[in-house]
Design a protein around this ligand. Structure first.
Ligand code: NDP
Ligand code: TDO
Ligand code: MG
Length: 305
């Protein structure tokens, strides 16, 4: 199976590239700027056609949640129009598309975990642009999976795990919001699930389960609990540590409003594909250890130079 993924340095794209390195049955081609620029729709088809994919994974996105409030047009161009163009290109190439979306399509007022049929009501521009992207993808290519994930982290790109490790480097205490709940999700786990679903779509000609699925790490957390686990794990591997102080969302001024509860139920994905993500605590240890040991190795190299 030959899979083209949009976004080269992105967390999910880089995780897919790494996952494929260890497997003979899958080849991943990452397509990004300047060849494929979602803000320039004219670039999309040619870039994907050149990759000769059996399936397209649409993972590139404008993901700066606060900045999106000031760059609404660009966020929509990339996350809505651009995503639609990717799905349309896949349709023209005669292949299915797996598109990544977000928990931020919800407003967070539900009590329990959101299911796929729950009403959406994004609180900010990023969520609204991703929701518009879902509609554009569905309209452009009937053979689509829209996988809503959340709170993604990995050794790559920008994410909360890397931010906490960086802040802990020169602080004794970090204040983190404790009244926002969700599901931390390793991009390695996302990659594994995407490869599984992709294989199914490519191999099973009568697959009929197209549509929206929630795909997140098992177990829930608030940001401060997540932060505490990150830094406890880091300390165990000899990495940076800081105390975490619980604060309220209201005490952390940010441009974009975020949902207080964006827990997602993964029952639908589990029953369609027979796969559930590992507990987020376990996956977090894996990523933290890698980051901390990488830092240690780099420090060692510098010492020895
Ligand atoms: N990060 C998260 O916590 C979550 C992410 N998601 C969704 O999952 C998907 C993957 O996220 P993740 O891997 O974390 O994202 P990242 O922010 O790590 O990467 C996004 C990628 O998109 C690329 N990109 C941005 N603008 C353009 C453009 N105009 N044209 C082409 N490429 C562009 C970036 O390229 P460059 O490297 O050049 O900047 C980058 O490679 C996205 O759809 C995101 O909305 C959903 C829930 C949570
Ligand atoms: C850095 C930091 C953040 N926070 C808070 C702010 C926010 O409420 C929460 C998370 O901050 P971040 O800016 O990392 O998270 P954010 O950019 O909102 O992350 C989101 O990204 C997009 C792409 C998604 O799709 C979402 O699923 C989600 O992962 O933690 C603190 O309380 N203290 C801190 O020191
Ligand atoms: Mg391979």
């Amino acid at each position: 199976m030959r899979l083209a993924v949009t976004g080269r340095e992105g967390q999910v794209a880089a995780s897919l590239v790494e996952a494929a390195r260890g497997r003979d049955d899958v080849e991943v081609v990452a397509v990004g700027r300047p060849a494929l620029d979602l803000a320039r729709p004219g670039t999309v088809f040619a870039a994907l056609e050149a990759a000769r994919p059996d399936i397209v994974v649409s993972a590139a996105a404008y993901t700066a949640v606060d900045q999106a409030e000031d760059e609404k047009d660009l966020a929509f161009a990339v996350n809505a129009t651009g995503a639609g163009k990717v799905a349309e290109a896949a349709a023209r190439l005669g292949v299915p598309v797996i598109h990544l979306s977000t928990d931020y399509v919800f407003d967070g007022t539900k009590d329990g975990a959101y299911v796929e049929t729950d009403p959406t009501a994004p609180l900010g521009v990023y969520g609204a642009s991703k929701l518009a992207g879902e509609a554009a993808v569905a309209a452009a290519n009937p053979r689509h999976l829209i996988l809503r994930t959340a709170w993604a982290y990995s050794p790559f790109g920008k994410n909360f795990v890397k931010t906490m490790l960086r802040l802990a480097d020169d602080r004794n205490e970090i204040a983190v919001v404790a009244d926002q709940w969700g599901n931390p999700t390793s991009a390695f786990d996302i990659a594994e699930a995407v490869l599984l679903a992709a294989a199914r779509l490519c191999d099973d000609g009568s697959f009929s389960g197209f549509g929206v699925y929630h795909l997140v790490g098992s177990g829930d957390a608030n940001w401060s609990g997540f932060a505490r686990h990150i830094l406890d794990s880091s300390r165990e591997f000899g990495g940076p540590y800081a105390r975490i102080r619980d604060i309220a969302m209201a005490d952390y001024p940010a441009k974009a409003k975020r949902p207080a509860n964006s827990r997602l139920s993964t029952v639908k994905f589990a029953s369609a594909f027979g796969w559930t993500a590992p507990q987020w605590r376990r996956s977090t240890v894996e990523i933290v250890s890698r980051l901390v040991l990488r830092e240690a190795r780099q420090a060692n190299i510098q010492l020895n130079q």
